[in-house]
Design a protein around this ligand. Sequence first.
Ligand code: IPE
Ligand code: IPE
Ligand code: MG
Length: 249
Amino acid sequence: MRPIAQLQSEGAPAGGELRVPRHVAIIMDGNGRWAAKRGLPRVAGHRAGAEAVRTTVRAAAEAGVEVLTLYAFSSENWRRSAEEVSDLTGLMRFYLERELASLEKEGVRLELIGEPEGFGPDLAARLEAAVERTRGNDKITLVMALNYGSRGEMATATRRLAERAKSGEIDPAAIDEGMIAAELQTARWPELDLLIRTSGEVRLSNFLLWQAAYAELIFLDTLWPDFDQAVFADALAQYGRRQRRFGGR
Ligand code: IPE
Ligand code: IPE
Ligand code: MG
């Protein structure tokens, strides 16, 4: 396989400088359809999707992305059958065990957003332990969004600000965008630069609504299990060609 840097530079504008997004988020969608196309059960799609996660984390680190945030389970995904939810949490547990050593070796720092406690104390404790174990790594930060919903995140942030105001710690009149951003779970990472969604759906499904205010959006028809280094490099190159304006001209 060719290195991602080479793939990226092939897609960069002629003579143009390669701009690498600092923070990339991906809505990893299409596992079920990938499986259905092959006559396989949905869980086979989720398994293949987990393999794509490994490839993508490596490719992102190699490309120089600082933070990669992956939407793995939404706060609305509880609407799926008990069987599918249990398949998904089972896979999380399995991959956590299997991948922890390589995350460590490759310098990946694992972080979480969402409410992983929703998966029960056992899985939540394992996840927390993995976060602890990778705390010293600095090649790339991998943020897994687990039982995450953007509206829920904003509601929690609002509650926190209301409590701080009530206790007299802050003046309600002083609440500004920065204070809201600081209460979100993503507060300690750079602004979101690029948001990718696979599978052909063109919606955000309650993911990083605040954070995506000025992110570049890329919607791909690729189903998540087919997402690989070349597709990723292509998306990064597309990002590199975009002109970000932030309301200016
Ligand atoms: C994404 O794939 C994985 C999760 C949401 C957990 P889907 O399971 O949503 O796959 P499709 O959209 O049904 O193809
Ligand atoms: C979004 O995908 C959530 C994840 C990828 C984890 P969904 O498949 O749940 O989204 P909808 O239902 O198509 O909006
Ligand atoms: Mg889906």
